[in-house]
Write a protein that binds this ligand. Structure first.
Ligand code: HEM
Length: 129
């Protein structure tokens, strides 16, 4: 029996590859016309969004709790309520992440596992019909 199963954070390779994924995600959101809808919901400068998503995903994947240390409980759904998120916004977010992940060096099986988990979280963020 494996008493110390690898976390997703470890499978990703730790902070540096996770940060590269977050940066690739926001680089695409910033540049690609198909993500203009969700880009417009974000502040003009994306540096704060990059840091927050990176800090959050560290803890979410079983690594260090950088986000909670800074901001307390994520209350992720509540923090997204100011933004109108319907299926279209959810799907843009997921497509942008899938794009970023395909360009990463992460193994395909891990990409699929992450996308399934992201789908659950993104769908939970929907606050419009
Ligand atoms: C479903 C589509 C989504 C949309 C349209 C969306 C949009 C946004 C926007 C506009 C912000 C504010 C950015 C800022 O204040 O800099 C934000 C913040 C954030 N999002 Fe999302 N998001 C989505 C899904 C997700 C998912 C799936 C996750 C996690 C896996 C996530 C994690 C976060 C985090 C951690 C923050 C920072 C919260 C804070 O401390 O204020 N979001 N999101």
């Amino acid at each position: 029996m494996d008493l110390n199963p690898q976390t997703v954070f470890e499978a990703i390779g730790g902070e540096a590859p996770l940060r590269r994924l977050v940066d690739a995600f926001y680089d695409r959101m910033d540049a690609a016309p198909q993500y203009a809808g969700i880009r417009a919901l974000h502040p003009a400068a994306l540096s704060g969004s990059r840091d927050k998503l990176f800090w959050f995903l560290c803890g979410w994947s079983g690594g260090p709790d950088h986000y909670v240390e800074r901001f307390g409980h994520p209350r992720l759904r509540a923090r997204h309520l100011p933004f109108a998120i319907a299926a279209g916004e959810r799907d843009q977010w997921l497509a942008c992440m899938s794009d970023a992940m395909s360009a990463s060096e992460l193994p395909v099986a891990l990409q699929q596992r992450l996308m399934a988990a992201f789908f659950q979280t993104a769908d939970w963020m929907r606050n419009q019909p």
